[in-house]
Design a protein around this ligand. Structure first.
Ligand SMILES: Nc1nc2c(ncn2[C@@H]2O[C@H](COP(=O)(O)OP(=O)(O)OP(=O)(O)O)[C@@H](O)[C@H]2O)c(=O)[nH]1
Ligand SMILES: [Mg+2]
Length: 444
């Protein structure tokens, strides 16, 4: 299952909670089951799945809900926090000291993306003003040096290698001596050997002799359960300092890599999402989970929703509660939404919306909202208060005044009645329905 699929499956699970009329023990249990299924399908290790779901269930059911947030928000917060915790609480920064020689040795099995990652990392540090250099000690794979050399030339980073030399330790020594004045030296190792044992032995030898500041395991994000075994094998041979997961762009089963992180205790520091040298980013757990779930940053979302609730003018709130909702109120709600940043950003932050709405529809919705504001501005106060008075001549006048056409004015009026009808069903709630069905766009 692709990473994005994992995200949307997890999100579907959460969406049920968002839409449920009450959030009770049954809905929490159902959510936990859905999350288990999603994680298992994404190749996350069974034991981990059990651990994480138990924690979610315990916290969601037993923890006291903090004041100011609803149980619904709390449950979603718990899921978000536990998934984040599973990936590592905080981003772990690279321990690279400027002005000093920092040696990073990349290890990993063949095809995991080491050579590509070496160039990407060199580029990453180079962009941050550090003197980077590359050393290729892969004496096994034909053309390994040439491959890295080509990438190095492209980013103008110096490289050392020696195709005639068969001893990787010797090459490493020479390279590190040559680059004694550099700040970040990335050593690309072999990923293939006749026997896996030989590969492990070679990594041990290299580690003992060059004493890198950090050994980084490069792991292919598309592999499933083998990731755990692979990571463990490398970790036993050479204690891993960090993990870099590649190929999270295509049909990646991120779960395998995530299990590897959990199995070794080494933090994930980078992810790579494409073949180009620029396709690398520092790994930030909360951002990653947010992306996985398609919900941006949950903290920000909750904050904005609270802000939005406060911003609803008293009069509008009353109108909604009494069922008298006019175009003026609709206009004010649009204005409030505008104050919260662009409509698109808001939609993206609302869980579920980012998966439900295609980009085209987002553009349309955003453009339309702007147009509707102008249309409402062209109406007389009495029309806004009592939209029933609209007949074809008034529609014609408003269309002309707002630089739109009659169809668009009619559409706004239709949207208004839809929204009004919908709001009636929310009458007893004190909040403006920003979530789910509550979106005044007709897009759901
Ligand atoms: N789509 C995608 N492809 C990647 C990514 N990283 C690496 N690749 C591709 O994966 C293939 C293998 O990458 P390499 O960097 O040569 O892997 P390696 O670990 O050095 O392989 P060996 O030297 O044989 O051990 C290449 O075709 C890369 O272009 C990534 O993040 N996304
Ligand atoms: Mg290679």
């Amino acid at each position: 299952m692709a990473l994005e699929r994992l995200g949307s499956t997890l999100y579907d699970a959460l969406k049920k909670v968002f839409r449920a009329t009450v959030v009770d023990e049954a809905s929490v249990k159902e959510l936990v089951r859905d999350i288990q299924r999603a994680l298992l399908q994404a190749d996350v290790n069974v034991k981990l799945v059990v651990d994480i779901s138990k924690r979610i269930e315990d916290r969601a059911l037993k923890e006291k809900v903090p004041p100011g947030i609803s149980r619904r928000e709390h449950v979603i917060k718990v899921v978000y926090e536990e998934l984040t915790r599973f990936l590592g609480e905080k981003p772990v920064p690279m321990k690279v000291e400027p002005g000093k020689k920092n040696v990073i040795m990349l290890v990993g099995i063949q095809g995991s993306g080491k050579t590509t990652a070496a160039a990407k990392l060199a580029r990453y540090f180079q962009k941050r003003g550090l003197q980077a250099a590359l050393v290729s000690v892969d004496t096994y794979r034909p053309g390994a040096y040439a491959q890295l050399q080509q990438l190095a030339n492209r980013i103008s980073v110096p490289i050392y290698g020696d195709v005639k030399q068969k001893d990787p330790v010797k090459i490493a020594h020479d390279g590190l001596t040559l680059f004694a004045d550099k700040e970040v030296i990335i050593v690309d190792t072999a990923g293939r050997h006749k026997e896996e044992q030989d590969l492990i032995k070679e990594m041990k030898m290299l580690e003992k002799n060059i004493k890198p500041d950090e050994i980084m395991l490069v792991i292919d994000g598309t592999i499933g359960q083998q990731a755990t075994a692979q990571a463990k094998a490398f970790n036993e041979a050479t204690p891993l300092g960090s993990i870099l997961v590649t190929k999270l762009d295509g049909s990646a089963r991120g779960g395998g890599a995530l299990s590897a992180v959990a199995a070794t205790g080494a933090p994930m520091k980078f992810i790579s999402t494409g073949e180009k040298v620029e396709d690398i980013e520092a790994f930030v757990p909360s951002r990653f989970v947010g992306r996985l779930l398609g919900m941006g940053d949950l903290e920000t979302l909750l904050e904005r929703v609270r802000e939005a609730e406060v911003k609803v003018p008293e009069k509008t709130a009353k109108a909604i509660l009494s069922g008298r909702f006019t175009l003026t109120d609709m206009y004010e709600q649009f204005e409030a939404m505008k104050g919260m940043g662009t409509f698109r950003k808001l939609l993206k932050m609302i869980p579920g919306m980012s998966y439900d709405i295609p980009e085209d529809a987002l553009n349309v919705a955003e453009g339309r909202l702007e147009k509707w504001r102008v249309v409402i501005q062209s109406m007389t106060p009495s029309e806004r208060e009592d939209p029933k008075v609209f007949n074809s001549s008034r529609i014609k006048r408003v269309a002309k005044g707002s630089g739109t056409n009659e169809k668009e004015v009619k559409e706004l009026l239709k949207q208004y009645s839809l929204m009004r009808r919908m709001l009636k069903t929310f009458r007893r709630k004190k909040k403006l329905p920003f979530f789910g069905k509550g979106l005044p766009t007709g897009l759901k």
